[in-house]
Design a protein around this ligand. Structure first.
Ligand SMILES: [Zn+2]
Length: 329
């Protein structure tokens, strides 16, 4: 392991150990796969990982005006992985669909006639994705493992690549960028990588309730009160993050099942998890059919309900409403 410019470089084996120990407050439900397109293989010389990663960060911060590099992880042609954005932060990778996601950028151009993916990178993509699925209990299906290509670029609506989409992660990414290609070529390899770890997949401990963070950054403390020190080994929780609550005391919430990590409950809103039942469910700017349609969510998608008015549910801090009749609560 080597750290430079705030990025840590690891092998897939080191990554698995690092990730299993890492405490993450934010609830993670989705894993996104991307290719970088540029930089591609011609920009990687076998040893300039940090320079390539820093180049992406500079572009994201200085050209795009983002707060940090967009992705959580970059997987290189030699099979190594570099950390990027903190896992406590939502990535900037699929417009409109970044909440509750981890974003992997696979370095290369995997469109047809682009780069030929190396065996090392192929295996690392499977192994690293498997470590993430195991750590966050992400089921291996095309509702939770998603390609950028499946979302409309300007609305974030899932249309499975039927118009207004990027080709990312590439028309030749594990046999293609369609949902069927993912089912046929990518998910079987991911399942195989998951099985290669002999440890049983840990059961997620029972959660009392879920809350959403309202403060811009919510400190995590070693006990239930402002008199306790902030924990040193993890960053604060960020606005919009969904936290799991395991215990409560005097208005404070314990957000780790096995560590004394607490946050002040008055900077959070209680939310309830739900799943979309309709094939495509319109999202509106207010709680009735009369409000403007501003997007959609699709069958199997996980959402969190913040508020309910007359059979309509608000599914974010902002005004995003769907009819409750099409949710499985
Ligand atoms: Zn992408």
């Amino acid at each position: 392991m080597e750290t430079k410019h705030g990025f840590t470089k690891m092998s897939a084996i080191e990554f698995d150990k690092w990730l299993q120990k890492l405490k993450v407050a934010r609830t993670v439900l989705y894993l996104q796969q991307h290719h970088t397109y540029i930089p591609s293989y011609e920009h990687f010389n076998g040893s300039n990982h940090f320079k390539v990663q820093l180049g992406m960060k500079d572009h994201h911060v200085n050209e795009n005006g983002w707060s940090d590099i967009g992705q959580h992880f970059s997987i290189f042609p030699d099979g190594t992985v570099l950390t990027g954005r903190s896992l406590e932060r939502t990535p900037a990778c699929i417009y409109g669909k970044n909440s509750h996601s981890i974003c992997i950028e696979n370095v290369g151009n995997f469109d047809k006639n682009g780069d030929d993916m190396t065996t090392e990178q192929r295996q690392a993509i499977f192994d690293i994705s498997a470590s993430i699925c195991r750590r966050f209990s992400i089921p291996v299906n095309t509702e939770r493992i998603v390609y950028h290509h499946w979302f409309n670029l300007s609305t974030g609506e899932r249309n499975n690549g039927s118009g207004g989409n990027k080709s990312c992660p590439g028309t030749n990414f594990f046999g293609g960028n369609k949902v069927e290609d993912c089912k046929k070529h990518f998910l079987p390899g991911l399942r195989k990588a998951l099985k290669q770890n002999p440890d049983p997949i840990p059961e997620a401990p029972a959660v009392n309730r879920h809350v959403s963070v309202r403060a811009s950054v919510l400190n995590i403390r070693k006990g239930a009160g402002t008199g306790f020190d902030r924990v040193q080994d993890r960053a604060g929780a960020i606005r919009g993050a969904i936290l799991r609550v395991y215990r409560e005391k005097n208005g404070w919430l314990k957000i780790s099942s096995n560590k004394n990590h607490w946050v002040a409950g008055n900077y959070t809103d209680t939310v309830s998890p739900a799943t979309v039942k309709a094939t495509k469910l319109n999202v509106r700017s207010g709680p009735s059919m009369h409000y403007r349609k501003i997007g959609s969510v699709t069958k199997g998608e996980a959402v969190f309900i913040y508020e309910e008015i007359d059979g309509w549910c608000r599914i974010g801090h902002e005004e995003r409403w769907v009819s409750k009749a099409y949710l499985k609560v």
